[in-house]
Design a protein around this ligand. Sequence first.
Ligand code: MN
Ligand code: MG
Length: 640
Amino acid sequence: MSALPLFRPTLVLLTLAAALLGPADAAELKLRILQTADVHMNLLNYDYYQDRTTDEYGLAKTATLIKAARAEAPNSLLFDNGDLLQGNPLGDVVARIKPLPRGEVHPAYKVLNRLGVDAANIGNHEFNYGLPFLRQAISGAQFPYVSANVVEAEGGKPAFTPYVLLERQFKDESGQPQRLKIGVIGFVPPQIMQWDRQHLQGKVQALDMVEAARRYVPEMRAKGADLVVAIAHSGIEKIEQPRLGENMAVQLAQVPGIDVLLLGHAHAEFPSKTFEGFPGVDLQRGSIHGVPAVMPGRWADHLGLIDLKLDSASGRWQVVDSRSALRPIFDRAARKPLVDADPMVGEAIAREHADTLAYVRAQVAETTAPIHSYFAQVMDDPSVQIVAQAQLAYARRAVQGTAYEKLPLLSAAAPFKAGGRQGWNNYTDIPAGPIAIKHVADLYVYPNTIKVVKLSGAEVREWLEMSAGQFRQIDPKGPAEQSLIDPAFRSYNFDMIEGLNYEIDVTQPARYNAEGKRSASQARRIVNLRYQGQPLDDKAEFLVVTNNYRANGGGGFPGLTAERIVIDAPDENREAVAQYLASAKRFNPSADGNWRVLPVAGVRLQFLSAAKAASLLQRTPQLRLVKENADGSAVFELAD
Ligand code: MN
Ligand code: MG
């Protein structure tokens, strides 16, 4: 009789005690998640192509932001989302030029270990130097690596650790310690099987990211994950992606059990206006279908940050509020740095940095003539042709073993540094003699990536017509001197196409305006268009190597949209140029004259370039100096 009343309060007390000491009842906890992504070996804020420090990117700068972000929050975790080991000359030096000795720590991990990274994901570029190098490199990481959708080609076992459960002790809002299991899972675009076929075929297989998530996330929950952080090396698309898609953020956000989505790969910034109106996107909170998400740009130019509020009132930890933000290292509008570099990075990788400086400054080849762009808008020119040839060399390897291997390959390139509105010093100007990797910046200034599009002969013809809009219409009966170039036309839209021969008749009206709209006239400026000596067959199929800007519709070229891309390469055009230069020992950069502006009888076709280009006319019998101007420019004309 008396036992029960005595027993009951004890039970209540025990329950109360369990509630107070137990896993999480009614506690509130703030957790800050920090993310870097797509660092691409920009550990230091150093531009190895230009051989100078930069304020615009580099993990040394972000490291300072990481310190500050940690100081503001008692609980934090730091993750890296891959594309870490490749992307600049430092990456090449460690992988290829002065290969990492066995047992030595890769410079990326000398830095990330010191930063105290909690876990990291494997990006597509991690595969660029092959699997043995990748495994050797990441063995130096003092934190776990995850990758859930890459399996061994035989047997289908995971090729890497699919996920980890990190046990961490945090302080809750009342100052009490709380132990949490943080599940961390990683994903990489299955397109690695195309991009790095030569390294991966027969060794690994890549699975659909969402399917891998659906398989592992419940398992992580079952093993007691209080929170699941998905690190997806993947971007955000506006429309639903097919199975095995590349940018699957929206679909991953809808996988039950994922609490946090760390994104990358697309080098975009989330949250930002770029994603306004995307389905499921809340830019105020920085979430996708309610899941907090962040994508911190590229090259460590931003730190990604998600502040979570967790609550255990329901009996398990739940995210009850979140806010995602990006912290930039550089103020783009004011063009000034927002933060100093952390000297730790320079100290940690001093030797590798010195090795890289020696590499970019050393001769990789020799040019027997100067390479300059002073006349690239009016005649075939080595500075543009070298880029076109480098792209061809890259694309020939990329199409091998694909359905497109047998198609004729052309290459489009344009003068990027062409004076004018960017100043009369803004030209490529490499003297004859040694060529170094750092000259690549002079030949290819934009961080574009290589794309190959498939077009008909007729479409290639229209591409050139659009380019030919650079020229003003010349009146054969007009003044004896007429200016040839429309200064409003952007030089980077003046694509020449290597692999074809053609002439440009500037007495005809432009077939397209600057927006790619056809003019009323049926006229054509591109004449005598030939492929391998024969008139171009409008019905034949061609591959054209170009860059992501053009292939995705940049410049409004007729018929050029992303659907025409058949090789979506992840590598930068300037890397192809660097490889091309490094593989050529000595070259004579004479242009082959595959295109020219047709002379107009009775009219002197004039244009502006830098006055100092006059000294190069000896080598250029096609051109004459007319007069020098006071502003550093000069008038030149085509010789008949
Ligand atoms: Mn990347
Ligand atoms: Mg040429």
